[in-house]
Write a protein that binds this ligand. Structure first.
Ligand code: MG
Length: 382
């Protein structure tokens, strides 16, 4: 395990380079870097506040302790900053990317994403939360007099779309300015892994809180929990199972973060600068082969026992029904959209505008809206 010296500092994105530029130039701030300013703009955005009302995994909030997208985002930011600092990368840029990484998610978690993608496909479109996040920061957040959107730096906009996948220039000519033939900087590459570290550990925790998973099942299925659990139990005989479990989750999180730091440093060894990171054959932020196996094991355990379990199916069905019904109601009567959306239908087309509107909603807002629409059915217009 490396120390906390600046292992990859020469590969970090500089805060005063071309990636710190904005579409609309702004004067330098006397004491904040451009990426610190982006952190502030994202934190103060309405879309960021709405993450508090969006599902992470559980739509029916049987416990106040379940993660929302907001608390998940804060956990990702904490992990990503720790990793970036240990590697000597740009911590401010990393924080901005972590805070924005889920800003494009619709209500009802991944079930909501699928429920929105299905009707869009009928019109030859797709719902992609990364591209939607870019639309939010470029178009929908309007708090500034001199520009539309948040006018974020190029590095943050590039990282928002490329943190978890690559886009081809042929399929997405509109993204040409984002170096589509190159790897993103390490600050963006590590966000997806920080996201996994956060949700793998948190969803095991919330799954037990929801009484869907048992600690015994997790011990049998997830090596990253079982290993520390067995060692802690031997050292603390008679300790309550719940505390041993919590301590094990913490050690699981640490083991994943330690491995990510060490393996990323190893993969990037000998690469002198950011250009080298950009032109590498593949993304360099990674887990070691052994940890990758454990990560997959934990993820497959969660899919089998939590994400696809019958207890959560109700929520998934509800997401499908609510989003599907509202989508078709507005497709038939797009003039019933709020005026700011209705006026975009002529240029963007109704399906995309409806998807934009729905994607911005919190779970609570869309349920209330659906309830009121169902009570007072939209009258036929002749
Ligand atoms: Mg996430």
């Amino acid at each position: 395990m490396p120390g906390t010296d600046a292992l990859l500092a020469t590969c970090a994105v500089p805060s005063d380079g071309p990636l710190a530029q904005r579409a609309v130039p702004e004067p330098h701030h006397p004491y904040r870097t451009p990426f610190q300013r982006d952190v502030g703009r994202i934190l103060h955005a309405r879309a960021f506040r709405r993450l508090a009302g969006k599902t992470q995994v559980f739509t029916e909030r049987a416990s106040d302790h379940f993660r929302s997208r907001l608390t998940h985002t804060l956990e990702v930011a904490q992990i990503a900053r720790t990793v970036a600092r240990a590697l000597g990368l740009n911590e401010d840029l990393t924080e901005a990317l972590a805070l924005a990484h889920d800003i494009g998610h619709p209500p009802f978690g991944h079930a909501g994403e699928r429920a929105l993608d299905d009707p869009l496909q009928e019109y030859g479109l797709r719902f992609d939360h990364n591209l939607h996040a870019l639309r939010i920061v470029e178009h929908f957040e309007n708090r500034h007099l001199e520009f539309r959107g948040l006018n974020l730096t190029l590095a943050v906009r590039e990282g928002i779309i490329k943190h978890s996948r690559d886009y081809s220039a042929a399929d997405h000519p509109e993204l040409a300015e984002y170096f589509l033939d190159q790897r993103p900087p390490l600050e963006a590459q590590l966000i997806d892994w920080a996201d996994e570290i956060a949700y793998l550990t948190a969803d095991l925790d919330d799954g037990v809180e929801a009484e869907i998973l048992t600690i015994g099942d997790i011990r049998r299925g997830v090596t990253l929990v079982e290993r520390p659990f067995a060692a802690l139990q031997a050292d603390h005989p008679g300790a309550p199972e719940k505390l041993l479990f919590q301590e094990s989750l913490k050690l699981m999180l640490n083991a994943l973060a330690d491995d990510l730091i060490a393996e990323t440093a190893r993969q990037a060894q000998g690469i002198p600068n950011l250009e080298g990171i950009r032109h590498a054959q593949h993304r360099l932020a990674a887990f070691s082969a052994e940890m990758e196996q454990f990560r997959r094991e934990a993820k497959e355990f969660l899919y089998r026992n939590l994400y696809l379990c019958s207890e959560l199916e109700n929520g998934h069905r509800q997401a499908n029904r609510v989003i599907g019904e509202l989508f078709s109601a507005w497709m038939s009567e797009p003039w019933k959209l709020p005026p700011s959306y209705a006026e975009q239908v002529a240029t963007e087309g109704a399906p995309r505008v409806i998807a934009d509107y729905i994607a911005g909603m919190t779970d609570h807002f869309i349920l209330e809206l659906h309830r009121s629409e169902s009570k007072a059915p939209v009258p036929e217009r002749d």
